[in-house]
Design a protein around this ligand. Structure first.
Ligand SMILES: [Fe+2]
Length: 300
């Protein structure tokens, strides 16, 4: 008998990064990506999107991803969840009033040491300034490197209730926590770390504006625009001032009804219906150029 997951990730909420120059990163998120400063707490900076949701936390340190936060069901009991995570040796910690708009948060470290935060409920966290830049819609997904994507996918399916959407061969897995094709991905690489992270745009016109805006800020588009195969999102990639690869995307596949087992039909699908599968061979992308040499390492 398969055991029920300990918890169930629902929406991706925010990510926490450490940075050697948080103010430079803040300028980039304010002026280019379009997040606004909610407040400061010591060296920590809290940034929200214009839907008044906390999207990023920046702390002083090396240029690293520190943690990823997902919302969990309002019915889950954080105390019993903490006990179950402890039993599974995942080092849970319960925090009260840890972040703006978040009253309770339970964190844990996965078997490879990446910290996740489980959040229950939220209140709006409006930025204390006008949102500038091209005002992304939201943080859309995070892709991690791991030596063993199969083990990572099995852990997140069995422990956190994620579902596998697609594989590229046996080296890149896309996992969904809600109806969107992916919110958490794992790419095979020698050591655990960040592969890339992505913000959702509002549509194709918004992507056009984002390209112009990146050019004005002398941030070269390293790959794209491209329409991917897995997920069928259109995407562009650039690097932020800390050197992390940032994807901007729209049109991501949705599985609005899990019981049907296929993604909502779209004209650019080549399989009808488009079900989760293993993608093998090239070209995987529907259109667009292959990644530039600087980006090849990240080719998904
Ligand atoms: Fe991505």
């Amino acid at each position: 008998m398969t055991q029920a997951p300990i918890a169930r990730f629902t929406r991706l909420r925010h990510a926490t990064f450490t940075s050697p120059d948080p103010e430079r990163l803040l300028d980039y998120y304010r002026g280019v990506i379009g997040l606004g400063l909610v407040g400061r707490d010591g060296g920590r900076l809290f940034l929200a999107n214009d839907s008044e949701q906390l999207s990023l936390v920046i702390e002083p340190g090396d240029a690293e991803l520190k943690s990823i936060a997902f919302e969990i069901s309002p019915d889950a009991q954080l105390e019993s969840l903490g006990a179950a995570l402890k039993q599974a040796d995942l080092r849970p910690e319960l925090h009260s009033d840890p972040l703006p708009g978040v009253s309770r948060l339970l964190s844990f470290s996965d078997p490879e040491g990446t910290r996740f935060e489980l959040i229950q409920g939220w209140t709006p966290t409006p930025a204390q300034e006008r949102i500038g830049g091209f005002a992304v819609a939201k943080l859309g997904h995070v892709a991690l490197r791991t030596p063993d994507p199969k083990a990572a996918s099995e852990f997140y399916a069995s422990v956190m209730g994620l579902r596998v959407s697609d594989w590229i061969e046996d080296r890149f897995v896309f996992m969904r926590s809600g109806f969107e094709h992916h919110t958490l991905n794992f790419a095979r690489a020698p050591v655990r770390g960040l592969h890339h992270f992505a913000f959702e745009l509002r549509g194709p016109d918004h992507m056009h504006r984002a390209c112009d805006h990146l050019a004005r800020h002398k941030l070269p588009v390293l790959w794209g625009p491209v329409r991917h195969g897995p997920g069928h999102n259109t995407a562009i990639y650039h690097r932020n001032p800390d050197g992390h690869l940032v994807e901007l995307f729209c049109d991501l596949d949705r599985m609005t009804d899990e019981a049907l087992g296929y993604f909502d039909p779209r004209p650019w699908h080549r399989d009808r219906p488009q079900r989760p599968k293993v993608w093998v061979g090239l070209p995987r992308d529907v259109w667009g150029m292959p990644p530039s040499p600087e980006c090849t390492e990240f080719a998904r």
